[in-house]
Design a binder for this molecule. Structure first.
Ligand code: G3P
Ligand code: MG
Length: 261
């Protein structure tokens, strides 16, 4: 089904964004997931990025490895389940596909660099959610922003860096002020608009249920774009488009067709 916002020449990103790559049809935050979304016409992807113990950015949603890798088998008992406590050499050997289905057995955790090269080469757009291991927020923001600037140097539309964490966004701002940033919100806590402006954000990405005409107007009057996560329902997608919001992150790449945007 096609639900489209009006064309907007001042916002470079597509309306439809595949969540965690396209992380329902294939294991989330893997190259296989990106390929699944691309095969259905998606040109923009959201993914979660954190650092290995020595600072290699890679894709993983959770703080821990248990849900989406075979770490419990591969690392053995007694070793930490916290992903960010392991060096990349260990993380690179894990199977991040079998938990999803047998056909993805052996799919590796990707480095951020591998995903960036895939996106740049294919002229895809990326929303990098900075998802720091607790205690590494500012540093993760800095490192991810530096890598993003390097990988997109001279390569067209830069990625949109987002985070729920103010310190991570501040790290990104201090390291690479010219990269676009977005504040992620699961509640509209006091001061959200001021924080987004103070951090030089270009957008706010809200839990979709939070958006209404009043706060969309507030964000717009502060010069901020309005995006939503994670929208998997046609009626809700139509409501957000009618409100005039700018982007929709979805798991349902099989339901919403992004073609012709
Ligand atoms: O970036 C939007 C969305 O991904 C935030 O929630 O938990 O799926 O990373 P989560
Ligand atoms: Mg995310």
């Amino acid at each position: 089904m096609k639900l489209m916002r009006p064309h907007d020449p001042f916002w470079p990103y597509p309306q439809w964004i595949a969540h965690r790559g396209a992380g329902k049809l294939a294991p989330e935050n893997t190259l296989a997931a990106f390929r699944a979304g691309a095969a259905l016409g998606y040109r923009m992807f959201e993914c979660d990025v954190k650092l290995s113990a020595e600072g290699v950015p890679f894709l993983l949603h959770d703080d821990t490895l248990a849900r989406t890798t075979n770490a419990h088998v591969a690392l053995g008992a007694g070793l930490s389940d916290v992903a960010g406590e392991h060096p990349w050499g260990t993380l690179a050997l894990l199977d991040a596909g079998s938990w999803h289905s047998r056909s993805f057995a052996g799919e590796p955790l990707p480095t951020f660099e591998a995903i960036a090269r895939y996106c740049v080469h294919n002229e895809f757009f990326l929303n990098i959610e900075i998802k720091p291991t607790p205690g590494t927020e500012y540093h993760t923001g800095q490192v991810v922003a530096r890598h993003a600037a390097r990988l997109w140097h001279g390569a067209g539309t830069p990625p949109l860096l987002s985070s729920f964490d103010l310190s991570a966004l501040d790290g990104a701002l201090q390291a690479q002020p010219d990269l676009p940033r977005a504040l992620l919100l699961e509640t509209l806590w006091d001061g959200w608009l001021d924080a987004a402006v103070r951090l030089g954000c270009v957008a706010v990405v809200c839990d979709h249920v939070l958006w209404d005409a009043s706060n969309v107007a507030q964000a717009r009057s502060a010069g901020l774009r309005t995006l939503s996560y994670t929208v998997n329902d046609e009626t809700e997608a139509q409501r957000l488009i009618t409100l005039g919001t700018d982007g929709i992150i979805t798991d349902r790449v099989d339901l919403f067709s992004p073609s012709n945007q």
